[in-house]
Design a protein around this ligand. Structure first.
Ligand code: SF4
Length: 552
């Protein structure tokens, strides 16, 4: 197996012509930082901040924190300062980051597709209760996100997490961000291949590894062997997607260069087949290309998708094979197409005769207390474990056939239904103005109210319709790939600027992956959101032809 560590085997960088204009690409010798983020990373490896948090800042308090750590390197430990309460969305762009900073932190704990025991779920819950004012959101990258964290408590939180195999390392920052793994890996009856061992190898070899701690920007990974492609592989930087090669059998397609935000792009399929024990090497090769050839001059062009768009898939594959893997990859004549719905809500068969059960919190908003209740339910019914999903949902693994009905009833009672309405099942929302410094509008509470309103006005729906709600022009809740994507902004209403949304309609991932159309005229106030969505959905239901989906 090739050793892909940068310090032991630097790539040759021979086959790609030096660009005319400096983009700060390390591969061409541009090592001088071209912006303040690059400078901060060069001054000190961001992973070094862990020791300062443990041994200095947590002892001396918030005011002792070096600003370069606070607004830069803390992210590599999954810590961001949260938004100071009471600043309205109209001031977001006008204020400096320091003016928006609270003295409390958001902490993101990565699950990386792991199967969480009842003990791990209880630990996540009690941390929320003890240190985070009972907050705990499930995010669309399978994380638990806490708020109101104080720096003094971080060491104890980390200790409790580590005791159950969890942590927050590189949950943010220009790093290998939380990995998406199939929530039903190793258990679903219709699985093509179980990617668990590959994901664990990537984590063990490359997470917290200084060869991969300074990317040009964030680097998002997804691995799934489920036929539904349940990890949104179209919009990750690198994705390994289960497929069956006609000669070699089950393995993974390699897709690169997806991402949303402003300039959304879908992944480029490289047309190769990777066996499971070579996935980690291929990951390191793609990550190495991003680290070495990725654009570092402008943050707005620093994602892998821009490099892939400029190079094209063929050249990317060639560089990967020649400079990073030292061998040709197997071509794949049968690229994987997704089959079925991806969110795993409801009751589904496992390989072993048991069932897995997907449940739907409201837009990922749960609490420490609810996680503790969930742990109790898991123990009471002998549930093997839980996984978080990329749709802000939770899947319980290992329900025996004879307990499924009673389990569903009990989950309903604690507020985690396995038979939710369309609106609850298919709505996601980002953090929004409650805690996010970039937000312009409220998202979580607004979405909860919207779901309740739609459940009342449109209770019966025979085709799923997805709604993704974002608090600003970024796309943390994937605005562009929802049937109805809502992007927070201020809109004019009766001569006043008020909270509202720019609407995107008809986006999708999966078989018909595409970005929703931004309809310039479609801007809606937060207060008018219920009426607007009701009217759009009613028009679709009246006008649709047979089998025509909302995106069509
Ligand atoms: Fe914050 Fe904007 Fe992301 Fe929402 S979409 S979490 S408001 S940056």
């Amino acid at each position: 197996m090739a050793d892909l560590r940068f310090d032991s085997q630097p790539p040759r960088f021979t086959d790609v012509p030096r660009p005319r204009r400096a983009e700060g690409q390390w591969a061409f010798g541009y090592r001088e930082p071209l912006n303040k983020n690059e400078e901060s990373k060069k001054n000190d490896d961001p992973l070094n901040v862990r020791d300062r948090i443990l041994y200095v800042y947590s002892k001396r308090g918030f005011d002792s924190i070096d600003p370069a750590d606070l607004r830069g390197r803390f992210r590599w430990m999954g810590l961001y300062t949260q938004r100071k309460p009471g600043i309205d969305g109209g001031k977001t762009g006008a204020l400096e980051e320091e003016e928006l900073d609270d003295r409390y932190f958001m902490m993101r704990v990565r699950s990386d597709g792991k199967l969480l025991s009842p003990e791990a779920v209880r630990t996540l819950g009690t941390i929320g209760q003890d240190f985070a004012r009972d907050t705990a959101d499930v995010t669309d990258r399978e994380n638990i996100q806490y708020h109101w964290i104080e720096i003094e408590n971080v060491p104890e939180i980390w200790e409790r997490l580590e005791a159950v195999g969890l942590h927050s390392i590189e949950a943010c920052g220009d790093s290998p961000r939380p990995f998406l793994g199939s929530p039903v890996a190793g258990v679903a009856a219709d699985e093509i291949i179980d990617g668990t061992s590959a994901l664990r190898e990537i984590e063990e070899r490359f997470l917290g590894n200084k060869d991969f701690s300074n990317f040009p920007r964030k680097f998002k990974t997804a691995v799934t062997g489920h036929p539904s492609h349940d990890v949104a592989p179209e919009i990750n930087d690198v994705a390994f997607v289960g497929t069956v090669h006609p000669e070699h059998g089950p393995g993974f397609d390699l897709w690169v260069g997806g991402g949303l935000s402003t300039n959304p792009m879908l992944t480029e399929k490289l047309g190769v087949w990777i066996p499971i024990d070579e996935v980690a090497d291929a990951w390191a090769g793609v990550a190495g290309i991003f680290r070495d050839y990725g654009y570092r001059r402008l943050r707005s062009r620093a994602r892998l998708k821009f490099l892939v768009a400029d190079w094209g898939g063929e050249k990317f594959r060639e560089v990967l094979e020649k400079e990073y893997l030292g061998k040709e990859l197997v071509s794949n004549p049968s690229p994987a197409s997704p089959v079925g719905h991806r969110d795993h809500i409801g009751v589904h068969p496992q390989k072993d005769g048991n069932f897995y059960v997907g449940v739907a919190p409201v837009v990922g908003r749960i609490s420490g207390t609810l996680l503790v209740s969930l742990a109790e339910v898991m123990e009471q019914f002998g549930i093997e474990g839980a996984r978080f999903t990329p749709y802000q949902k939770i899947v319980l693994i290992g329900a025996r056939p004879e307990i499924v009905d009673a389990l569903l009833d009990r989950l309903d009672e604690i507020g985690l239904p396995g038979r939710p309405s369309n609106w609850r099942q298919n709505t996601m929302a980002c953090t929004g103005i409650e805690f996010c410094k970039l937000a312009i509008v409220d998202t979580k509470d607004r979405s909860r109210d919207l779901i309740a309103e739609l459940e009342r006005r449109l209770p019966q729906l025979d085709a799923p319709i997805t709604i993704n709600v974002n608090g600003c022009p970024n796309a943390c809740a994937r605005t562009q790939v929802a049937d109805i994507g809502l992007k927070g902004q201020l809109v004019m209403h009766e001569g006043q600027q008020v909270e509202g949304f720019q609407v995107h309609l008809g986006g999708a991932t999966g078989l018909d992956a595409n970005f929703g159309r931004k309809l310039r005229a479609h801007k809606v106030t937060s207060a008018g959101l219920g009426d607007y969505v009701t009217s759009v959905v009613t028009n679709y239901l009246v006008d649709r032809k047979e089998q025509e989906s909302f995106a069509d």
